[in-house]
Design a protein around this ligand. Structure first.
Ligand SMILES: [Zn+2]
Length: 409
């Protein structure tokens, strides 16, 4: 059983430990070593939260004394902790270098990463406690990684509810009260109204935010709620009959708000609108685009019907057009099919980029034609005997020669 230093002191970044065992293993397909220590400050991956990262150093090489202010990046003798897990109360540190049993090591966790996760995890408790208290719903899923923090609830919310939860949790942050972490006796535990996703056995660790939440939890938390900084609920979507919520606390919230503000400023520059007026400005552009698109489709429709008229009398008519959407291209071919029993083809594009095509016929086998074309050109596509479509990498003159040689004129 490993002594879990983070259990009682989330702020402990450096520690001395003795190597209990070191076994060679494979990690992500590479040689690695599973090191078990007598005690650790590394939080292992569990309960939906990723593990801490950091380094180990061999003691007795002048490194342990300077452990707390060591510059890790310059220390070539450091041992990288690649992953940390816990099984049956034993913490396994997956490392890139072996260390003999009984060796004294100094461990150093990455504080910036740890504190970020403490901010996110404490924020998660306040959100889940608030949802439990005001909406009678439970947190049924949680994930905390470097990329995102997601909370799953077995209920749905209105937009006003999300703002209410956000306001309530931020108020708890402004109040800057102390986090109460304790280990109740079995009898005391029976009297507590606490949240827990599963039935617990053995010593239970309770994390309480008085007035907001009480929950069984093994993760490191901030000492006072003010350290969370602030919280934003950045998204909430329907998920498995309930809701998946994305939250950002502390520095994460600041970084993403800054990025969003930069995007907003960029949109303001592009649209030449004040920041407070970018939404109507973008709507105006969107409406203008829809209008232009509508006019373009109508223009293409008129163009392809005019081109179809020009070749309508031919036995195997072909339309060539620079640009046209797929529906209009099909309209052009269908217009021709009613007037001939030959191959009716429409090619859209240019010699440099290639062409999209549709070939149809009321009596000929278009699939046989495209198969013979595939032996001469690079073609993607297929279809039925009466209609095929796809793309072709060829010049117009080469396709014309192929048609002539195949007797399609
Ligand atoms: Zn927790």
């Amino acid at each position: 059983m490993t002594v879990l230093l983070y259990d009682r002191d989330a702020y402990k970044t450096d520690f001395i430990a003795s190597v209990f065992s070191c076994e060679p293993i494979k990690y992500s397909g590479k040689d690695a070593f599973d090191i078990v220590l007598d005690q650790t400050a590394f939080f292992p991956e569990q309960g939906g939260q990723d593990c801490d990262s950091g380094k180990l150093f061999i003691c007795g090489e002048g490194k342990d004394a300077a452990c707390s202010d060591k510059d890790d990046t310059e220390d070539v003798n450091s041992i990288n902790v690649l992953h940390v897990s816990i099984k049956s109360d034993v913490v396994h540190h997956i490392c890139d270098i072996p260390v003999a049993a009984c060796t004294k090591v100094c461990g150093k966790i990455c504080w910036e990463q740890r504190f970020d996760r403490m901010q996110q995890h404490s924020g998660e408790h306040l959100v889940s406690g608030t949802v439990h208290r005001f909406f009678g719903a439970d947190n049924v899923g949680f994930h905390l990684s470097a990329r995102e923090v997601t909370l799953d609830f077995n209920t749905t919310f209105e937009e006003n509810d999300i703002a209410f939860i956000e306001d309530t949790v931020n108020r708890a942050i402004y109040e800057n009260f102390e986090t109460h972490i304790f280990f109740p006796s079995a009898d005391e535990l029976k009297t507590l109204d606490y949240r827990s996703k599963k039935e617990l056995t053995g010593q239970v660790r309770i994390v309480e935010y008085p007035g907001y939440d009480m929950c069984a939890c093994c993760a490191p938390h901030v000492k006072r709620t003010g350290e969370i900084g602030s919280i934003r609920i950045v998204a909430a979507e329907h998920f498995k009959g309930g809701t998946r919520m994305w939250i950002e606390c502390g520095k994460r919230s600041l970084i993403s708000a800054r990025a969003q503000l930069n995007d907003t400023r960029a949109i303001s520059r592009i649209t030449s609108a004040k920041i407070s007026e970018i939404v109507p400005a973008v709507e105006k552009i969107s409406d203008a685009l829809k209008d232009a698109r509508f006019k373009l489709v109508k223009f293409e429709r008129d163009s392809i019907l005019a081109l179809a008229d020009e070749v309508r009398a031919e036995k195997n008519p072909i339309i060539w057009i620079d640009a046209c959407d797929q529906d209009n291209l099909r309209l052009g071919v269908n217009t021709l099919v009613s007037g001939t029993d030959g191959y009716c083809s429409a090619f859209c594009g240019n010699d440099d980029d290639g062409y999209r095509f549709i070939i149809a016929s009321s009596s000929k086998d278009c699939r046989a034609l495209i198969n013979s074309m595939k032996s001469a050109f690079e073609i993607r596509g297929g279809g039925s005997p009466d209609m095929v479509q796809g793309t072709i990498k060829a010049k117009r003159s080469e396709i014309a020669v192929f048609y002539t040689e195949a007797g399609i004129e």
